[in-house]
Design a protein. Structure first.
Lengths: 101, 382
């Protein structure tokens, strides 16, 4: 699925605009995922990348099925605490999905 | 969803028939092969018979085979063990595209004052024979070269290299980890002095390897202790793994021609279909054919990371290898792709696809479609 994620604040300012894999992820969440996946608290860059991939997949499991248009994150921010953006509960998410040609 | 495993150069699944032969040595036949009671005769005999079986496959004397934990240990034993036994010579010749088991061992030897020559390779990964010949000097201890490259599939002319080494009286070690099971090996006919094998690359168990040391060549052990493996590899033998390795080698030999055909068919079909759908894909290493491992493909795509492509294919349950490595917490280009001078636009965008027994031609369109879709996702602006 080709998707683009836009996160905006209440003033309609863009906090994030990019592809799912570009979402900023907490370092600790990556380590926790690495422990879950590999039993490794000190993952190499390759294993970190795999952990990030799995966390980004989780975003799509937590949120309603896209496309989403300026959905408030107030109901989801706790489950999305691995995203490294402060005040996520006050923000709105848009997920655009590009259909296959 | 069905998974499609395309990483047989990394490891192969353990053959069911091999496992059946190993099973009793994991459970009921547990006795230490060195002990002196009836049940230890079963395990000692199993190891000796396994050595004879593997020797028959390779066409060599069973006494020349030293079982160990795998390819990495075997190559370490070959290089460090031979250097330790012959301390008067201080030059080691290898290539820029060796597996890390050899490359890092050679770098370690440099820290002890050894002069290591890393032979250049051309765009396909083949060594320069003139450079090798010029480097074969009186102070050369040994030459260590990978037969079939694990990253780009290049098959070196081992016979020619071996004859060159032999004409200079220099020991020749071959890393045949990727080659065995895909290339015919007859040690009676080949000018090879030492050779590394690893069981899990040919449907045997992980944790089993072997070093062949031709009669008349002497090495020191890396691991000291008991008299196991003719004093060259101390430690109670892993009977099940050794039995598994020997059985897998027999199956590999029996199936060799059929396997080569199958792998060649898969590689050709995949290459042709991929180039048709993704014309900007670059094949790393030699063209598909006799100079390349039959089941081996490595492609680079511009302006993306092979790592990201491999990760996204994982979502489709398609398992491939990436051409990148990690170093000091950053992603770096493969030393092999650097050595063959892969363009900077492509060097980070490599994935390796290596086929095996269970792959089917019918799976290829699905895999290529997934690669195409994910490349578009990774490279196109939304």
């Amino acid at each position: 699925m080709k998707a683009k994620i836009i996160i905006k604040n209440q003033d309609n300012q863009e906090i994030f605009n990019g592809k799912p894999l570009q979402l900023p992820i907490n370092k600790q969440a990556i380590i926790d995922k690495s422990i879950e996946l590999y039993g490794d608290p000190d993952p190499c860059i390759l294993h970190q990348s795999y952990a990030i991939q799995k966390l980004v997949e989780k975003v799509f499991e937590i949120l309603p099925e896209p496309p989403l248009n300026e959905l408030s994150l107030s109901a989801y921010y706790k489950k999305l605490d691995f995203i490294n953006i402060d005040n996520l509960d006050q923000y709105f998410i848009t997920i655009e999905v590009k259909k296959k040609k | 969803m069905k998974s499609i495993y395309l990483d047989h150069s990394a490891t192969t699944p353990l053959d069911k028939d091999v496992y059946k032969k190993m099973e009793c040595f994991i459970s009921t036949h547990y006795a230490n092969p060195s002990s002196l009671y009836e049940i230890s005769t079963y395990t000692k005999k199993a190891i000796n018979i396994s050595r004879m079986k593997l020797a028959k496959v390779l066409n060599c004397n069973p006494k020349t085979l030293i079982f160990c934990s795998g390819g990495t240990e075997a190559s370490n034993l070959a290089i460090k063990g031979y250097a330790s036994k012959h301390r008067q010579k201080r030059k080691i010749i290898t290539t820029q595209i060796e597996h890390h088991a050899t490359l890092h061992t050679c770098e370690y030897m440099e820290s002890f004052g050894y002069n290591v020559v890393y032979l250049n390779v051309n765009e396909y990964g083949f060594i320069d024979f003139k450079q090798l010949e010029n480097e074969l000097t009186d102070d050369t201890l040994m030459v260590s070269i990978i037969w079939a490259n694990n990253e780009i599939g290049t098959i070196q002319d081992i016979k020619k290299i071996g004859h060159l080494c032999r004409s200079h009286g220099i020991c020749f070690h071959v890393d045949a980890v990727q080659a065995f099971g895909q290339i015919e090996i007859d040690l009676e006919q080949l000018p090879i002095d030492m050779m590394t094998l690893s069981a899990h690359k040919f449907y045997g168990p992980r944790g089993a390897g072997c070093l062949y040391i031709k009669e008349g060549f002497e090495i020191d052990p890396l691991i000291h202790g008991g008299k196991h493996e003719n004093y060259l590899r101390a430690g109670t033998e892993n009977t099940a793994a050794i039995v598994g390795m020997a059985e897998a080698s027999i199956l590999a030999q029996d199936r060799l021609v059929e396997y080569q055909k199958k792998l060649s068919l898969l590689s050709s079909a995949f290459y042709e279909q991929l180039i048709l759908k993704i014309p900007h894909a670059r094949l790393n290493g030699p063209p598909v054919g006799k100079l390349r491992l039959p089941g081996h493909l490595s492609f680079s795509f511009p302006n993306l990371r092979g790592l990201d492509l491999a990760l996204t294919l994982d979502k489709h349950h398609i398992y491939v290898s990436t051409g990148s490595a990690c170093s000091a917490d950053e992603l770096v280009a493969s030393h092999v792709l650097e050595a063959i001078k892969t363009p900077s636009s492509h060097i980070m965008g490599a994935i390796r696809i290596t086929f095996g027994h269970e792959n089917k031609v019918e799976e290829i369109p699905y895999v290529i479609e997934a690669i195409k879709t994910e490349i578009e996702e990774l490279t196109e602006d939304y």
